[in-house]
Design a protein around this ligand. Sequence first.
Ligand code: URA
Length: 445
Amino acid sequence: MAGIYEIIAKKRDGGVLTPQEISFFVKGVTDGSILDYQVSALLMAIFLRGLHKGEMVELTEAMLRSGETIDLSGIEGPKIDKHSTGGVGDKVSFIVAPWAAACGVKVPMLSGRSLGHTGGTLDKLESLPGTRVFLSSEEFKRTLSDAGLVICGQTDNLVPADRRLYALRDATATVNSLPLIVSSIMSKKLALGTDGIVLDVKTGSGAFLPELERSRALCEALVEVGHSSGRPTLGLITQMDQPLGSSVGNALEMVESVEALRGNFAQDLYEVCQAIAAAILVAGKRVSSFDQAKPLLDEALGSGRALERFRRMVELQGGNPRALDDLSLFPRSGESCVVKARQSGYIAAVDAFSVGMATIDLGAGRVRKEDGVDPGAGILLRRKVGEYVEAGEGWAELFASSRGRLEQAETRMVQSLRISPEPVKLSPRVLETVDSLGVRSWEKI
Ligand code: URA
C-alpha cells in the first residue's frame, strides 16, 4: 500500500483515497508515526480538493475507531444526542434536553467550551454553583438513566485523532473545510452509542458558517454521514442572525433557561426549542410527526416535569438545586451599563457576531483555549428585532467585573444595532429540516 508521501500526492492531484489509505492516515495521526508537516500537508490537500461522500464516511469511521466509544445499550428507552454547530445566546440544550426527557426520550450530551464569538455549553453549566462537568463513565450513565439527561465534557479517550487533527487545522488555516468539519463532528457523535442524532445547524452572522447555502451543505453532509454510518440523523437549520433569546453570557443564559423551563420564553427561543424538542421526540420514535409532538411537549412544560428533569440532573452533577428556585444564587458581575438607542424606530438588526464579540470583551468568552471566563459577565437584551425603541431608551444592559471591560463592548453593541423607520417583518427562526429524504422548508412541515 502507498505510504503517506504517495497519499498526500494523490489527494493533491485530486485523486480519491481508498479506505485503506484513510485508515493508514488516521492510525498514523493517532500513534504519532505521521509527522505534523505531513498531516498538515494532507489536511491542506483535503481543504483544496475536498472529499467524496465515501471518503468522508471512511474518514469519520476511521476517526471514530481511533479511541473508545461509550456503550449506552444497558440504559432503557430511546437515547437521542442533540448537537448544535454553535451560536450566540444558544442555551437550547439546557431547555430541550430536560423537555424531551420529560416526554420519555433520554438525551445524553457531550459538550464543549466557548471559543471565539460563540458560547460554550460547559462554561454555562459550570456557572450554576457547584456543578461538575467532567463525569466518570459510570456517573455519566447513572445520571442519564436517572435524570433522563446528562450534559458534560468529553474524555481524552474519545476520538483522540480529532484532537491532533483539530490542533493542526487551527494552525494551518484548514478549519473551514466542510469534509473536515463533518468528520470531526460526526466521529464524536458516533462515539456515543445513541439511537439517533438531532442536529441544530445555525446560519447567519453569528453561525460557524454564516451563508445559508454553506449551512445547508454542512447539514446535508452531516445527515448523510450519520445515515451511512447506521445512525438515523435529523437536521434543522435555524437562524443565528441575532442572538437567541434575551441573554448572552454564562450565568445569564442559565437563568434564562430556568425561566424557559418555567414556561417564560422569548418568542424566538420558544420557536427554536419547540422545533428541536419535537425533532428529538420524532428521532426517538415517541411520535411519528412534529405535530404529534406538540401536545406532549405542552404538557411536559406546563406540568413542571421538564424543570424537574433538569433539577435532577443538576443534583446528580453536584450543583445547588436551590439556585433553580432562587435565581439570585447565580453569579452576576458587579459593574454594569445600559446601551441606549441613538434614534427612535424599529429594530431591524442586532448583529449576532458583534454581540458575540462584545461578550468576549466583557470577559464571558475566550479568545484562546487557555483563557478563563467570568461566569457573571454578559448581556441582557431588553429589546429584540421587530420591537420599537425611543431615542435615549436603554435596549441592552452589559455586565462585567471592571468598568474598563464595558467600554469596548458598548461600542460594539452600538455598532451591532440597525434601526428602521418602518415596521420590520419578522422572519421564521427555523428555516429547513434535513433528513434522509432531503431538504424541506420548515413552513411546509
Ligand atoms: N466542531 C467540531 O467539533 N469540529 C469542527 O471541525 C468544527 C466544529
